[in-house]
Write a protein of this length. Structure first.
Length: 237
């Protein structure tokens, strides 16, 4: 049996409160997402004290670790609910919404700021390119970012609305740096220096937290080197 201790909030202007639920499964692969789905399927959802409870609000889509929608803080660590096995989390499991974004209700947060940043940075190709074969691997890996926000949750330098984009903005820029030609990179590198390189404290708190398993340190080192050399070149002009 698992006990899910969930930090709940009916709406953004309501005070948060803890509510605990019991869940039992014989499936060794049952995840937090499994429990949340099962709890919400109960016709009469009640917490451990017997109090009637409203359905737990949370987000999900693929449930296959591909979309990042079910990101939340589980046992104090930002993770995907679909990739967090109950058997590995202990008997009592705390479940909270991400803290770096405004809470909408229960475990749903507003991550609009991430996508606003991507639009502001214009992280897309205006025409097709054929990247250098040596850069294709880095471009492909950077494209695996789920935009889930887990890396931003642990970053001591990121806050919503700040100039520093965190890795959620850095990785799409890293992909462009890898794919574009030297001539086309100028504006991208300028944005990378201002919005990533100058704001990152190099704590590498994001290094092991990525649910997609991206080698963030390697990708960041590659782009940092490009940004630093571009900056040095500009100073000499």
């Amino acid at each position: 049996m698992s006990v899910l201790k969930i930090l709940r909030r009916k709406s953004a202007d309501q005070q948060p409160y803890w509510q605990s639920f019991e869940f039992t499964s014989d499936d060794p692969n049952a995840a937090v997402s499994t429990a949340l789905t099962a709890l919400n399927s109960r016709s009469d959802l009640r917490d451990m004290s017997g109090e009637k409870a409203d359905p737990i609000r949370w987000e999900c889509s693929c449930l296959q670790k591909k979309c990042g929608a079910c990101a939340m803080v589980i046992n104090g660590v930002p993770r995907l609910a679909c990739d967090s096995k109950l058997a590995e989390l202990g008997e009592v499991i705390t479940v909270e919404p991400l803290k770096k974004f405004p809470v909408i209700a229960d475990l749903i947060v507003d991550r609009t700021v991430i996508f606003d940043t991507l639009r502001e940075l214009k992280v897309w190709l205006e025409r097709g390119v054929t990247p250098d074969e040596r850069a294709q691997e880095a471009a492909f890996e950077a494209a695996g970012c789920l935009q889930c926000g887990c890396c931003l949750e642990v970053c001591p330098n990121y806050y919503a609305g700040g100039r520093f984009t965190g890795m959620a903005g850095a990785l799409p820029l890293t992909r462009l740096i890898a794919e574009l030609t030297d001539e086309q990179r100028r504006e991208v590198l300028k944005a990378y220096r201002k919005r990533v390189y100058e704001g990152c404290g190099k704590s590498l708190a994001c290094r092991k937290i990525c649910p997609a398993g991206l080698d963030i340190e390697s990708l960041m080192a590659r782009s940092n080197a490009a940004a630093a050399w571009r900056s040095l070149f500009d100073l000499r002009k």
